[in-house]
Design a protein around this ligand. Sequence first.
Ligand SMILES: Nc1nc2c(ncn2[C@@H]2O[C@H](COP(=O)(O)OP(=O)(O)O)[C@@H](O)[C@H]2O)c(=O)[nH]1
Ligand SMILES: [Mg+2]
Length: 305
Amino acid sequence: MAGLFDRIRKGLSRTREAVAERIATVVGGRRLDEEVLEEIEEILLTADVGVDTAVAVTDGLRARAAAAGAEADVFDLLQTELEACLLTPPEVKINSLPTRPYVVLVVGVNGVGKTTTIGKLAQRHAEAGHKVLLAACDTFRAGAVAQLDVWAERAGVEIIRAQQGADPAAVAFDALAAAQSRDADVVFIDTAGRLHNKINLMEELKKVRRSIARQCEGAPHDTLLVVDATTGQNALAQATQFHAAVDLTGLVLTKLDGTARGGIAFALSKETGVPIHWIGMGETIDDLQPFNGRDFVAALLGREA
Ligand SMILES: Nc1nc2c(ncn2[C@@H]2O[C@H](COP(=O)(O)OP(=O)(O)O)[C@@H](O)[C@H]2O)c(=O)[nH]1
Ligand SMILES: [Mg+2]
């Protein structure tokens, strides 16, 4: 779909300027010799793809360029090499939820876009005709429930609220009981932002997870970590530690519109082995799009869909 790809292209424009445009300048009709390869590696590193990915990609370019000789188009080679570094997410389950209620736990540090992402996903599911329930388990921050409320109203979906200071594990438990008795199709559990290196807060999150599993066998069916692309390498530390604590099934990479460091998508895939499910490129609902490695790389390199 051209419209969709254009949106991704637009969202990735700052990273594209930092990667594709600089690589085009460096290559500029030259052969892919060691000097050019080194400069490409450097450019990839500044876009936060991480050392492993940068080295793997330039090694791959070197090998492919040798095989293809003078015919090699560096952007064709880059597309193949970069795409190979990304993991394919499972098919987006909006149209065919495998079980009911399908429970999605959403975690991450403060301000990364958890509540916004839930609002956007709730709206998508509501549009698909699903009965959606939101569980406001961010009982820590004043105003957090009200913020989720706004999204619930906008999407026309139900919400289970809790008092500020309530035990988030108990709220999650109650929300799942409500989801079962009301026959909800999908439940999104919003949690308080927490630093990945605060042990007690990570323990609290594990407790939320256990509480969900106790009320609903097999749940959570997805545990999504939301990370802010503008934080660059710190996003990696977050992903590693949250994954160790609550077994992530997917990542949501937000705020790609505000950064030239979109290369973090590659480092995240490589280091955690957890696929990116969604990318966020702005604050409106259409700015959250399913992740597709091929389109992501094409948009990054300024190629056609
Ligand atoms: N530019 C941009 N802003 C975003 C994106 N996702 C979320 N935001 C904004 O980030 C801020 C924090 O979002 P919020 O959902 O409250 O984060 P939470 O603390 O993780 O729940 C809000 O102002 C959102 O509008 C995105 O993809 N791009
Ligand atoms: Mg929030």
